[in-house]
Design a protein around this ligand. Structure first.
Ligand code: HEM
Length: 258
C-alpha cells in the first residue's frame, strides 16, 4: 500500500523523485494488455453458442480438460478464473491511482472535457467511468464463474441469463468492457509508440479507426451472443431440455420444476 502512495505522490519518503510511478505504469500496461487480449479470446469462446449448443458444450468441456482427463474437471476452470481475477484486481488497483480523488476534481475534469471537446480527454473519461463500473460488475462475474464453474455450459449459462435474470447485468458489463478494452489497447499503442511509423499523427488517426472497428465488432458479436443465451434460456424455462446437458444440470433443472 505504501508503494501505491509513493506511486501516487511521485516522491519517496525522503523527498526524492520516485521511479515507482513509471514502474506501476508499466505493470498497469502489462496487466491491461493481458486482460484486453484475454477478452478477445473470451468473447470468441463465449460466442461458440452461436455455432451450436453442441459446439459450446465441446468448448466448455475442453476447458475442463476433456482432452487429457476421462472426467472433465470444472475445478480447472475455477483455477484459471482465480488467476484472471488476481490480474484483474491488480489492474484495477493500479488504475485507481488515476481516478479523480474527490468530487471537485471530478467536476473540474468534466468541465475541462466539455470545454476542450478533445477526443483523448473524452476517451480518458470513458475509460475511468467504465473502469469504475467494471470493478463491481467484473468482480461479481468473476466470483460467479469461479464458484460456479460447474454450471457453465449451454444449459447453465442460458438459464442464468434468462431465469436468473442476469441479462441486464451482462448487457451493462458488455458495453463497459468493450469500450474500456478497446480504448485501453488504443492508448497502449499510443503510449508505447507501437505501430508508430514515420508519421505519428497519421498513425493515431488510423489506430482510432481500428479501435472503433474492434469495438463495433465485439459489441455486435456480444449482443448476438447475449441474444442466443436469452433465447435458449427462454426455451429451457418452457420445458425444452437440451440432450447435451450434463446429467446433473438436467436433474437440477427438473428438481426446481421449471
Ligand atoms: C477466466 C475468466 C472468465 C470466464 C471463465 C468467463 C466465462 C463466461 C461465461 C461462461 C459467460 C456466459 C454467461 C454465463 O455463463 O454466465 C460469460 C459472459 C460474459 N463475460 Fe465472462 N468470463 C471470464 C472473465 C471475464 C472478464 C474478466 C470479463 C470482463 C470484465 C468478462 C465479461 C463477460 C461479458 C461482458 C459477458 C457477456 C458476453 C456476451 O454477452 O457476449 N468475463 N463469461
Amino acid at each position: 500500500m505504501s508503494d501505491l502512495i509513493e506511486g501516487f505522490l511521485g516522491k519517496t519518503v525522503d523527498g526524492k523523485k520516485s521511479r515507482l510511478p513509471a514502474k506501476l505504469d508499466y505493470y498497469q500496461s502489462a496487466t491491461g494488455l493481458f486482460l484486453g487480449l484475454f477478452m478477445w479470446g473470451h468473447m470468441f469462446f463465449v460466442s461458440s453458442i452461436l455455432v451450436s449448443k453442441d459446439f459450446m458444450h465441446t468448448v466448455t468441456k475442453m476447458f475442463e480438460g476433456s482432452m487429457f482427463l476421462q472426467t472433465p474437471q470444472p475445478l480447472l476452470v475455477s483455477g484459471v478464473v482465480a488467476l484472471v481475477f488476481a490480474i484483474f484486481i491488480v489492474h484495477a488497483m493500479l488504475g485507481m491511482r488515476k481516478l479523480p480523488s474527490n468530487f471537485r476534481q471530478f467536476q473540474a475534469y468534466r468541465t475541462h472535457m466539455q470545454m476542450m471537446k478533445h477526443d483523448e480527454t473524452t476517451m480518458w473519461f470513458i475509460q475511468a467511468v467504465t473502469g469504475f463500473a467494471m470493478f463491481f460488475l467484473g468482480s461479481a462475474h468473476l466470483f460467479m464463474m469461479m464458484t460456479k464453474a460447474d454450471e457453465i455450459g449451454p444449459f447453465g449459462s442460458s438459464d442464468r441469463m434468462y431465469s436468473d435474470f442476469m441479462w441486464p447485468f451482462y448487457l451493462v458489463l458488455l458495453f463497459a468492457v468493450e469500450l474500456h478494452g478497446s480504448i485501453g489497447l488504443y492508448r497502449l499503442c499510443v503510449k508505447w509508440g507501437w505501430f508508430e511509423g514515420d508519421n505519428a499523427k497519421q498513425t493515431r488517426a488510423k489506430l482510432k479507426k481500428v479501435k472503433w472497428a474492434i469495438t463495433v465488432f465485439f459489441l455486435g458479436l456480444g449482443l448476438l451472443t447475449l441474444g442466443a443465451y436469452v433465447k435458449y434460456g427462454y426455451e429451457y424455462s418452457n420445458g425444452l431440455v437440451d440432450k447435451y446437458n450434463s446429467a446433473t444440470q438436467i436433474e437440477k433443472f427438473l428438481k426446481v420444476g421449471k
